[in-house]
Design a protein around this ligand. Structure first.
Ligand code: ZN
Length: 117
């Protein structure tokens, strides 16, 4: 049988690393308001630029979403509730956590509430 504590520790380390990477990536993408940024108005009518900015917005949004999940999981670590379901407080299966370290609900609650995205 695997040692859950050791595995959780590993997952938490991974989450901490991921948080750092996400923060770096978001920083590289520029400051909070991408719609202004250092966008060159001379290219404002270029559909290519518009498309690229759209992709950048989408990328940033997904990074921020991911970062929010990671931060939430680390917050649970600091409260000592990491790995516990937020609905029924049961321990989330370690296999599930390994697959998705930011999991908030156990498999049962995820299935019954259909919150799984
Ligand atoms: Zn549950």
């Amino acid at each position: 049988m695997v040692n859950r504590e050791v595995l959780e520790r590993t997952l938490i380390n991974t989450l901490e690393e991921e948080r750092g990477q996400l923060e770096e990536q978001l920083k590289d993408l520029g400051s909070s308001d991408i719609s202004q940024g250092d966008f060159d108005p001379n290219f404002a009518d270029s559909s290519q630029v518009t498309a690229e900015r759209g992709e950048l917005d989408a990328l940033r949004a997904s990074l921020q979403e991911r970062l929010k999940d990671v931060v939430h999981a680390l917050d649970k670590v600091s409260r000592g509730t990491y790995g516990l379901c937020e609905t029924c407080a049961a321990a989330i299966a370690i296999e599930r956590l390994e697959a998705m370290p930011t999991a908030r609900l156990c498999m049962t609650c995820t299935t019954s509430k259909s919150v799984h995205r």
